[in-house]
Write a protein that binds this ligand. Structure first.
Ligand code: G3H
Length: 529
């Protein structure tokens, strides 16, 4: 294992023997799937190859349905312990969870690096950002509860309005943010009183196993259930029962549609989704090129472009495109490739073994259709990587123009009139974000006014990103369903529900007694400080 620094060495394999269902870590008696890292190390025979990290249960449909039963029983049509629990008590459970989660930081960060190749600083950031997200969610939920701790009166009718849970949530996250994005669904779903079945993505699965005990220790039986296996085998039968009330998924629309199609009562199924995107950068002739290049480098190549918010196509005005291309290509070629724990690495091994081949196909196809690879190192292939190729000028017929590459390849298109990128964005299936680089407000103002209606976030002289997590994260067209942010997610996973009564002496006395007795968790005007 030479070159693997001692602190990050895999000292023993992690064989996850159990899954979480009905409040118990149940031993899985069936087959297991081996988990490999594409980071190559030497095996016992002295040969270099992908590194075995451990294994996870390869569960079947029946065991997945047991976990569904556990979630349904815990919800009990809204009558279960968890959905009827006082807000304060649900918050106590969540605080217990996050306290225990924090003790697993080192283990989770190490597995993030090995399983998905995320750099050490980014892996640490993913963990810390998720912990912060949980604390922010707790604070926002307290505020929501405070705002609801009162009666409204309109046209002689009193109303006590709150937000209530929706039911049973099937929660599935992506491999690129296996902790953060999954928890950005799971935590708000749970705290609002829903019960959850959570299935990790194909890559980035072992890193969740150190948290299973914290889930078991912190929440009532059946409130959180964690299963392992292939989506087709475990998630499809769960959906086919029609007992899932919310499908919460960050991933691609193909699997989202396939899962929705399984559900027999689509009108009952609520969706919270973050899907594909093809965020463009538009670089205007008066842009500050140093700044635009910096932002385009991080926008296109942070985590090797494996971010839904990554810049996936660059439109550069023809007056400056030669200068932009020259400087941008040099910068790309100067980026350091290495293992995730090496200081200063930006480019790291790709977790999907088939990804370098796919990116190679995109490059060859674009070149066939008239583009050139304009950086010296572009397309250099190794066992687990392909060096980012900067492609120019890319034809709209090329696959990389329309497919979400989700990897290290950067298509650049020149434009003369701003109508060209705007029309392309209008024609695109996606509508998440855009980055706009320029200075003159006479040009920027009308552009901003148009762009906000084509996407959901216009980043001015800044790369696209999801964070800070308190801001709304959503998209138009095929890019999202619903809105996620600390604040919005609490709303996406709940519904307004209220108690109303006509104002008369009889009802007023009952309401006063209800409030004085504190017998109801719902009709209650106590504040959580
Ligand atoms: O994969 C999409 C993520 O939501 C991107 O998040 O912009 O913070 O990297 P980020």
């Amino acid at each position: 294992m030479k070159n693997v620094e001692e602190a990050f060495r895999i000292k023993e394999l992690l064989h996850q023997q159990s899954y979480l269902s009905k409040g118990i870590l149940r031993k899985w008696e069936g087959p297991f799937t081996k988990v490999y890292s594409t980071i190559r190390t030497q095996n016992d025979q002295g040969e270099y190859g992908p590194t075995l990290l451990g294994s996870v249960p390869d569960m079947d449909g029946d065991s997945a349905l047991e976990a569904l039963d556990a979630a349904c029983n815990a919800y009990d049509q809204g009558q279960g312990l968890w959905p009827t629990m006082r807000v304060e008590d649900r918050i106590t459970c969540m605080e217990k969870f996050v306290t225990q989660m924090k003790t697993k930081r080192e283990e989770v960060v190490k597995l993030l690096m090995w399983e998905i190749g995320k750099s050490l600083p980014d892996s640490e950031k993913e963990f810390d950002r998720t912990v912060a997200y949980i604390y922010d969610t707790i604070e926002d939920y307290k505020q929501l509860d405070r705002d609801s701790a009162r009666f409204a009166k309109q046209d002689g009718v009193y109303a006590h309005i709150r937000r209530g849970p929706l039911g049973v949530v099937l929660c599935m996250g992506p491999y690129n943010y296996p902790l953060n994005e999954t928890f950005a669904l799971l935590i708000p779903a749970l705290i609002m009183g829903n019960t959850v079945i959570f299935k990790p993505a194909k890559h980035g699965v072992l890193l969740l196993t150190p948290l299973l005990e914290a889930f078991r220790n912190s929440f009532p039986e059946g409130a959180v259930n964690v299963i392992f296996g292939r989506g087709r085998v475990v998630a499809a039968p769960i959906m086919a029962t029609g007992r899932v009330d919310v499908l919460a998924l960050i991933g691609n629309s193909k699997s989202a549609i396939a899962l929705q199609d399984q559900h027999p009562n689509k009108n009952r199924l609520r969706l919270v989704m973050g899907l594909e995107a093809k965020n463009p950068a538009i670089v205007l002739p008066d842009a500050d090129l140093d700044l635009a290049i910096d932002e385009c480098i991080s926008g296109t190549l942070s985590f090797n472009g494996q971010r839904c918010t990554a810049l996936k196509v660059l439109y550069v005005h023809e007056d400056i495109v030669d200068e932009f291309n020259k400087r941008f290509s040099e910068r790309v070629d100067s980026l350091k490739f290495g293992n995730p724990w090496e200081p200063g690495v930006m480019l790291t091994p790709l977790p999907e073994p088939e990804k370098p081949g796919y990116i190679r196909q995109l490059i060859d196809d674009a070149v066939d259709k008239g583009a050139k690879v304009i950086n010296k190192r572009g397309g250099e292939v190794s066992e687990n990587y392909i060096f980012p190729a900067v492609l120019y000028p890319v034809s709209k017929e090329a696959r990389v123009y329309s497919e979400e590459q989700f990897g290290p390849v950067i298509p650049i298109l020149p434009f003369k009139s701003i109508r060209e990128p705007l029309d392309d964005m209008a024609d695109s299936n996606y509508g998440q974000q855009v980055s706009l680089f320029g200075k003159n407000i006479k040009t920027l103002a009308p552009l901003i006014d148009t762009l906000v209606n084509l996407v959901c976030r216009v980043n001015l002289n800044s790369s696209c990103q999801r964070g800070p997590d308190v801001y709304p994260f959503t998209g138009r067209k095929d890019s999202a369903v619903g809105t996620l942010s600390v604040h919005d997610a609490l709303r996406s996973f709940s519904i307004r529900t209220f108690v109303a009564s006509k104002d008369n002496d009889y009802n007023r006395q009952i309401l006063e007694e209800l409030l004085d007795s504190k017998a109801s968790n719902f009709v209650n005007t106590d504040y959580i400080l």
